[in-house]
Ligand binder design. Structure first.
Ligand code: FES
Length: 110
């Protein structure tokens, strides 16, 4: 599975081969993509927030994330996620001829 990472408001893009068993944050850090993670992936700091442009390729937002965002924002944005709490969701019918699928996220510059 491949992940296209766009750094917000820049022209920087990365394309990573990812491990679907790891969180998005863990995958980004393994590839040395700069992203905040002050709480170490515990889901409490919010510094790892990202925008997912292909939400269908990720597991649904968790109750933890919903509570986290409801405390901070007036409206839930289905594209806003905590990368430390976000995992891929694999659909065999979404794989292309290379047995791969491209997910797309946007992260803030760090
Ligand atoms: S690393 Fe702190 S909320 Fe994700």
């Amino acid at each position: 599975m491949k992940l296209q990472v766009e750094i917000e408001n820049t022209n920087r893009f990365y394309e990573l081969k990812v491990n679907p068993n790891l969180s998005l944050l863990e995958n980004l850090l393994r590839h040395k993509i700069p992203i905040g993670h002050s709480c170490g992936g515990q889901g409490t700091c919010g510094t790892c927030q990202i925008t997912v442009k292909t939400p269908e390729l990720f597991q649904p937002i968790t109750d933890w994330e919903i509570s986290f965002f409801q405390e901070r924002y007036t409206q839930l944005n289905p594209e806003r996620r905590l990368s430390c709490q976000t995992f891929f969701q694999m659909f065999q019918n979404r794989l292309n001829h290379n047995n791969s699928v491209l997910a797309h996220i946007i992260i803030p510059p760090w």
